[in-house]
Design a binder for this molecule. Structure first.
Ligand SMILES: [Zn+2]
Ligand SMILES: [Zn+2]
Length: 152
């Protein structure tokens, strides 16, 4: 559970170190993504909601992820240029990350009745899917519910 005042402080410091004065920081109210880099507004934002659920380290990682976007530009996407930049400033990606952030690029998130999360890059078909963690074989008790989310 990161403290929001701390988050603001880290963001200001990271923006000063890696970006410039034209960039600012804000909290947003997203529930399904941890952070966002808004190129038009030159604004790095972090979900107030997820920041309060995540550890300090997770929130710092989110900030680094978004700041790397700011440094390399929107067109780089999550490609090699962004990856190299993110790694250089200390983003460790999937290694110590929550699924929420590591699978940020996945457009679809499924949840089973026991709260396991499943990520898909393509729209899931109409066929019912059951959670593989709850049961190795298809089981109606563990049906996955899908939702689409915004990715940046
Ligand atoms: Zn499950
Ligand atoms: Zn990203």
């Amino acid at each position: 559970m990161a403290d929001l005042t701390d988050v603001r402080g880290w963001a200001a410091e990271l923006i000063a170190t890696h970006l410039d004065d034209s960039w600012s920081f804000a909290f947003d109210n997203a529930k399904t993504r941890a952070g966002k880099c808004n190129f038009e507004r030159r604004e790095i934002s972090v979900s107030r909601y997820l920041a309060q659920k995540h550890s300090d380290e997770q929130v710092k990682q989110t900030l680094l992820h978004e700041i790397a976007h700011g440094m390399v530009g929107a067109r780089a996407g999550h490609g090699p240029v962004w990856q190299a930049c993110a790694a250089q400033i200390g983003y460790v990606g999937g290694r110590t990350h929550t699924a929420e952030v590591a699978d940020e690029f996945a457009k679809w998130v499924g949840t089973c009745p026991n709260g396991h999360e499943i990520y898909r890059f393509r729209r899931p078909g109409n066929r019912a899917v059951s959670c593989a963690k709850c049961s190795k074989r298809f089981d109606r008790r563990f049906l996955v519910t899908w939702r689409e989310r915004q990715t940046v």
